[in-house]
Design a binder for this molecule. Structure first.
Ligand SMILES: CCCCCCCCCC(=O)SCCNC(=O)CCNC(=O)[C@H](O)C(C)(C)COP(=O)(O)OP(=O)(O)OC[C@H]1O[C@@H](n2cnc3c(N)ncnc32)[C@H](O)[C@@H]1OP(=O)(O)O
Length: 210
């Protein structure tokens, strides 16, 4: 970034918390609803319900879908995944990421994968971990700059199993920038144990690129 671009760019913290007026406020309680949905998904994954519970739950869920479907809005007006002021951005696709410290160059946070993310034998599913890395590095790549980037590649090394239900530490940082290319790295640890690490190339979008 040039000095001029630096000067006009929003402060990095706004990338994590959201710029006032750019984050959809949404109705009161939206974050609590998403937290409840996360807990619900963990409970669904962990439970072995009987036939009556399955039937009742199916009916209840179908009822809520019927209420929500007529309320669908275009992407730009959606609240889901747009609440950057909330840990987890008000979405349930990737685990809830809590940011403990962040700058324009690096970020540190913590995360707990619930039962919903179980792969097998107490380990997180191998597809959920790149999702988390893409989330943290994608946001860091765009921190402090108005020029959006997209992931060109994301290489993940699984070094040891990532446990379900434990608070884990995650870090991300810039390695270098070269023209439109930004190379970033991240790691995920359970205390002293390295669970996984990632290297991602993010390419700054040209005007008109989706
Ligand atoms: C509040 C919101 C928070 C969101 C958080 C989550 C963030 C999630 C971010 C994402 O996941 S984005 C979704 C997943 N990614 C995509 O869908 C991207 C799909 N691919 C593309 O759109 C284009 O391929 C891309 C913009 C990445 C690059 O295409 P371009 O045509 O703009 O780039 P170009 O081909 O000109 O390459 C530019 C440079 O990058 C290099 N490059 C591009 N792709 C590469 C690759 N895959 N591997 C290595 N190098 C690559 C390329 O060689 C070249 O290097 P040099 O300048 O040195 O010649």
């Amino acid at each position: 970034m040039s000095d001029e671009e630096h000067a006009s760019a929003p402060h990095w913290s706004e990338t994590w918390r959201g710029v006032e007026g750019q984050v959809p406020a949404g109705p009161a309680g939206y974050g609590a609803m998403i937290d409840t949905l996360r807990t619900f998904l963990d409970d669904v994954a962990a439970a072995s319900p009987d036939e009556a519970i399955v039937a009742a739950l199916t009916q209840d869920m179908a009822g809520w879908s019927s209420k929500l479907r007529p309320l669908a809005v275009p992407e730009a007006e959606r609240i889901f995944a747009h609440r950057r002021d909330l840990p987890g951005r008000g979405q349930t696709m990737s685990p809830q990421l809590f940011i403990d410290e962040a700058s324009a160059e690096s970020v540190r946070g913590h995360v707990t994968f619930g039962d919903y993310y179980l792969g097998g034998n107490g380990a997180v599913h191998g597809g959920a971990i790149p999702l988390l890395f893409d989330e943290i590095l994608g946001r860091l790549s765009n921190a402090g700059t108005q020029k959006r980037s997209r992931t060109a590649f994301l290489h993940v090394d699984f070094r040891s199993i990532t446990p379900i239900g434990k608070r884990l530490q995650i870090r991300g940082w810039f390695e270098y920038e070269e023209g439109r290319k930004r190379l970033l790295k991240a790691d995920l640890r359970d205390g002293d144990t390295l669970c996984a690490e990632a290297e991602g190339l993010f390419v700054e979008l040209r005007p008109g690129q989706p």
